[in-house]
Unconditional design. Structure first.
Ligand code: NAD
Length: 322
């Protein structure tokens, strides 16, 4: 969509990190932004920052895991700026340390899914009906991760939640065809934000640090995992230019993300990446899929309906191993 001056946007998880970067980049294009976050104080500060720069923004508290609060966010945005034309479902959390999928508690899975997936779904429930009715072009950006291609070991709850975001995004991209709403997936690589300390947002008793979680590193039987061993958020920046990465695992600042998202909205890109992608991972997935393609060249289509399952499976085996 064309981003015009006065366009109205809502960005969740906008009190810091990449959400703040997106809010700033949109505001720089004259977009009026609702800076939404579970951290109201920080959200207000980002909104103030935008106003100080000459833009138009308000801060709004929202816990995206609560549909009623997300509906309230939609109502506040409508009252202040009219129809929401750009929705950025960006709020997200992660677990530290990494842990084995079979050792990750159901509460951990639930918490990550509730924020990362249900938070996005609540965004759809609260905003999409009005967006469909509103005139002109609209756009939704859902923040996923490079994790959905790399699927690092020890990060299952996060990977699963972001895979769900990918599926919802790609499904709705098709459902919205001809209905005036574009959908993009933001896949950040390693970006130096507070995400690694997300568990600060959980009750103390639920935080991994207070539960003696066995880290994935205890299980590792091979070489180092670049994500599991990533440097802490406050550590030194490992590139000459902290805003521009050369690899997906190289930590950068969130500064460029906002511009990439603005560009992605304008070009209606299905996927927006912050890092040069691990081409090897993409190629490996494509290659794995291709290897799974069946060869039906020996398949006899006549009388298939009358055959017993055993015969069918024999025939399939025959097709693969003539
Ligand atoms: N930083 C990375 O390396 C990285 C990589 C891939 C994907 N991501 C994704 O990028 C998005 C932004 O994260 P970030 O890295 O900027 O981290 P961040 O911690 O700076 O930003 C996330 C924001 O979400 C907010 N939030 C958390 N739970 C919430 C809730 N229930 N309701 C409303 N707001 C909530 C937090 O307060 C925070 O301001 C997340 O979805 C994250 O999963 C980050």
């Amino acid at each position: 969509m064309q981003i015009k001056e006065g366009t109205a946007a809502v960005v969740t998880g906008a009190a810091g990190g990449m959400g703040r970067s997106v809010a700033l980049a949109l505001a720089d294009r004259g977009v009026r932004v609702v800076v939404a976050d579970v951290d109201q104080n920080e959200a207000d500060l980002v909104a103030q920052e935008i106003r100080d720069l000459g833009g138009d923004a308000i801060g709004q508290a929202v816990d995206v895991t609560d549909l009623a609060q997300v509906k309230n966010l939609a109502a506040v945005a409508r009252e202040r700026y009219g129809d929401t034309q750009i929705l950025v479902n960006n709020a997200g959390v992660t677990l530290r340390p990494f842990r084995a999928s079979w050792d990750t508690s159901y509460d951990d899975y639930r918490w990550v899914m509730e924020v990362n997936f249900w938070g996005v779904l609540h965004g759809y429930r609260a905003f999409v009906p009005a967006m469909l009715d509103a005139p002109g072009q609209k756009h939704i950006v859902n923040t996923s991760s490079m994790a959905t291609t790399a699927n690092s070991a020890g990060h299952s709850a996060y990977n699963v939640s972001k895979a769900a975001v990918d599926a919802l995004s790609l499904t709705t991209r098709k459902e919205f065809e001809g209905r005036g709403i574009g959908v993009s997936i933001l896949h950040p690589g390693a970006v130096r934000t507070r995400i690694v300390t997300s568990e600060r947002l959980r009750a103390a008793a639920e935080q991994s640090a207070n539960r003696g979680v066995k880290p994935w590193s205890d299980y590792v039987i091979r070489a180092v995992d670049p994500i599991a061993d990533a440097k802490p958020a406050a550590g030194p920046v490992d590139t000459d230019d902290p805003d521009v990465p050369s690899e997906w695992s190289q930590y950068i600042t969130p500064a460029a993300t906002g511009w990439l998202v603005v560009r992605g909205i304008e070009l209606d890109l299905p996927h927006i990446l912050t890092h040069p992608w691990p081409e090897a991972a993409i190629d490996a997935r494509a290659s794995d899929l291709k290897h799974g393609l069946p060869d039906y060249s020996g398949w006899q289509t006549r009388n298939v309906r009358n055959q017993q399952p055993l015969k069918i499976s024999q025939q399939l085996r025959g097709a693969h191993h003539p």
